[in-house]
Design a protein. Structure first.
Length: 229
């Protein structure tokens, strides 16, 4: 599976980075009580923090809002997924358990303050490219509507667009039948490579402790824009 970043992205954001985790032989099921409890406690503590500090003041959220603007999108109209999750929690509208892959994906997104997508690789065909969308880029999303991704980052395969830091598509969603998955971390540009490696390794270890299988990580940058798993 070949994954690359379209080079035109670096013309607008030279320090742009993508983190990748490829999982093999995983089992997706109901989250264990330990994960449910840990996620609930994290959300309750985050809610208390957000009563004194707004969502948009948090460093990770703030940096991604600025990146949204750099690419020409409106961060107030099209909020990236990490900000949307935090805004829910700031209103005590806590996330409810779904299954282990989605629950962990949401937990990582809150913990690291960045958008993350997870995709069933058996639904993906051909090479994957991360690029910037236009008025013709879109798909049926997990939010139940067709989403146009003008000036929003997105991932595409041979069948077209399937993911973004805004909302993911139904086509590549992870289910309890998924055994191989790709997780895309839309890293903050300010994050150093060493920090990114540590973040991905920590997430990969926790994910496979719950779901089994094994994982491989990679970081894509301007100097290393392509990887093949």
């Amino acid at each position: 599976m070949k994954i690359s970043i379209n080079k035109t992205i670096f013309e607008q954001a030279e320090q742009f980075k993508i983190g990748l985790i490829h999982y093999n032989k995983i089992t997706v099921a109901q989250s264990p009580q330990m994960i449910k409890g840990r996620t609930q406690l994290y959300q309750e503590n985050l809610y208390l923090e957000l009563q004194s500090t707004s969502v948009t003041e948090r460093p990770g959220i703030q940096e991604w809002r600025q990146l949204w603007k750099t690419f020409g999108a409106d961060p107030n109209r099209y909020r990236h997924s990490a900000e949307s999750l935090m805004r829910r929690i700031s209103k005590q509208n806590y996330l409810t358990p779904y299954h282990s892959a989605v629950d962990l994906n949401n937990f990582f997104s809150l913990q690291y303050e960045l958008p993350i997508g997870i995709y069933d690789t058996n639904t993906i065909e051909g090479a994957i490219e991360i690029a910037l969308g236009d008025e013709n880029t879109g798909y049926e999303g997990l939010n139940g509507r067709y989403n146009v991704l003008t000036n929003i980052l997105y991932s595409q395969d041979a069948h077209g667009a399937f993911g973004s830091p805004f909302v993911d598509s139904k086509r590549t969603a992870v289910t309890e039948q998924t055994t191989d998955a790709l997780q895309i971390f839309y890293l903050q540009p300010s994050l150093q490579i060493e920090q990114a490696d540590q973040l991905l390794t920590s997430a990969g270890k926790m994910f496979t402790q719950i779901s089994g299988g094994d994982y491989t990580i990679a970081v894509l940058t301007k100097s290393n824009p392509t990887i093949e798993f």
